[in-house]
Design a protein around this ligand. Structure first.
Ligand code: CAA
Length: 246
């Protein structure tokens, strides 16, 4: 039976490409969406169906522990136990620190960092018991280098890799791998929502000379979640067009 892969934020720019890559790898794929995106999610699933791609969709608020518990119970009952988890959902609320409101800090930490605990906590024990699991946490280049106007986002994204390293150690003996993927600037709505002049200045600094594509990132997720990837754990894979080396 095909292994079940859950991609949070699966109907978004990066997430959709990940869902397609996992499906191409023979996985049963579940894309999650934020509860208020019900209609958008339904349309998204229909568009995928029209392309011949069968992807399950489920609503979850990744910032809410109980919502994550409900999601995993429902997916397990209706689709199957979660063996592959891609913690991809994320938001930005950019502002320079002197103007950053507490709400902007709190929501980014809850959505981008606590979410990773909220969901992984639901499935990790079971992965250990089954002696197989793949977890990929989507961080960001900006979590490693920092970014003007992103104290909240960079803090959350840096925190993700600390989480990865810790549970990679806990999972290693049980066939459960845990890795981080750190994209740079990818051509998604999130990046295109930046002020145009700011974005153009950033693109001019990318050594590869272009924004990344969602497929650039999805390929890495497929690679790290493959059956053959059992010896890769605790890694942080940079996909940033040469923008940042460390
Ligand atoms: N370094 C140094 N100075 C900078 C700077 C930078 N990177 N960016 C802006 N500044 C300066 C400006 O030149 C300006 O200086 P002056 O006042 O002397 O003209 C000053 O900071 C204020 O800049 P803004 O007018 O832009 O200030 P603002 O308050 O309107 O906006 C901001 C601030 C919201 C942070 C805005 O600059 C912005 O959106 N920046 C982009 C932040 C960013 O990179 N976000 C990434 C989103 S994509 C993503 O997150 C995906 C991923 O993982 C990579």
């Amino acid at each position: 039976m095909a292994r079940v892969a859950v991609v949070t934020g699966g109907i978004g720019g990066l997430g959709a490409a990940m869902c397609k890559a996992l499906l191409a790898q023979g996985r049963t794929v579940v894309a999650t969406y934020y509860p208020s995106q019900e209609e958008l999610a339904r349309e998204w699933r229909e568009s995928r169906q029209a392309e011949g791609l069968a992807i399950h969709i489920y609503a979850v608020d990744v910032a809410d522990f109980e919502s994550c518990a409900e999601l995993t119970a429902q997916v397990e009952a209706e689709v199957g136990a979660v063996e592959i988890l891609v913690n991809n959902a994320g938001i930005t609320r950019d502002a320079v620190l002197k103007r950053m409101e507490k709400e902007q800090w709190d929501i980014v930490i809850a959505t981008n960092l606590s979410s990773v605990f909220n969901l992984t906590r639901q499935v990790f024990g079971q992965m250990l018991e089954r002696k197989w699991g793949r977890i990929v946490n989507i961080s960001s280049m900006n979590g490693q280098k920092g970014q003007y106007g992103q104290a909240n986002y960079a803090a959350a994204k840096a925190g993700i890799h600390g989480f990865t390293l810790s549970i990679a150690a806990e999972g290693a003996r049980y066939g459960v791998t845990v890795n981080t993927v750190s994209p740079g600037y990818i051509g998604t709505d999130m990046v295109r929502a930046m002020p145009e002049d700011v974005l153009n200045k950033i693109i001019a600094t990318i050594p590869v000379g272009r924004l990344g594509t969602p497929e650039d990132v999805a390929r890495a997720v497929a690679f790290l979640t493959a059956e053959e990837a059992g010896y890769i754990t605790g890694a942080n894979l940079a996909i940033n067009g040469g923008s940042y080396f460390h």
